[in-house]
Design a protein around this ligand. Structure first.
Ligand SMILES: [Zn+2]
Length: 171
């Protein structure tokens, strides 16, 4: 296994994904601080009684922090893999932010231009003018309107923006 580096140049959806307060249920001994297993988390399949003090193992709600959107795979599946998060196989790419790139060709005007710059056939001259950037951002919003709506619903409308840039990733 090696690491693949890739460069993506083009429009993408930038979604802020902050940590939010949440709760999770943990299984703990009800015997209190005197038990040697105090603070120990038991497996869901563990015996109903503590192996140390014999008290009952109970469910306890514990506060924790988790990402606002902690299951990006659900979005990938819901969109039939039309969009993907850039570089997330190496952990968090940009802290607190998910970057979604198109996984199929965008509107007709872009059929001739790929977005990954790591293959030989991509050699050539690519001029980048402000009007091209504006046009491609608009084109992405239009051709991926359904996916954009899902991202806005998942992250919140004001956390999603349509950007254009160079994403260097490894995975
Ligand atoms: Zn115990």
């Amino acid at each position: 296994m090696g690491i693949d580096y890739s460069a993506y140049l083009g429009p993408y959806f930038r979604c802020e994904n902050p940590l939010v307060k949440s709760t999770k249920v943990v299984r703990v001994c009800s015997g209190g601080k005197t038990c040697s297993k105090f603070g120990f988390g038991f497996d869901a399949r563990a015996d109903p009684f503590c192996p140390s003090c014999g008290s009952q193992i109970i469910d306890k709600e514990k506060s924790c922090k988790k990402k606002l959107v902690d299951d990006t795979w659900a979005i990938i599946e819901a969109t039939d893999e039309a969009i993907f998060t850039a570089g997330d196989s190496v952990g968090e790419f940009v802290p607190g932010v998910d970057l979604w790139v198109p996984n199929r060709r965008r509107g007709n005007s872009f059929d001739k231009r790929g977005t990954n710059l790591d293959t030989l056939q991509d050699m050539g001259e690519y001029q980048i003018a402000p009007r091209i950037i504006d046009h491609e951002r608009h084109e992405l919003s239009k051709s991926f309107a359904v996916e954009l709506a899902l991202l806005q619903k998942s992250y919140g409308k004001d956390r999603v923006s349509v950007c254009w840039g160079l994403l260097l990733t490894a995975g």
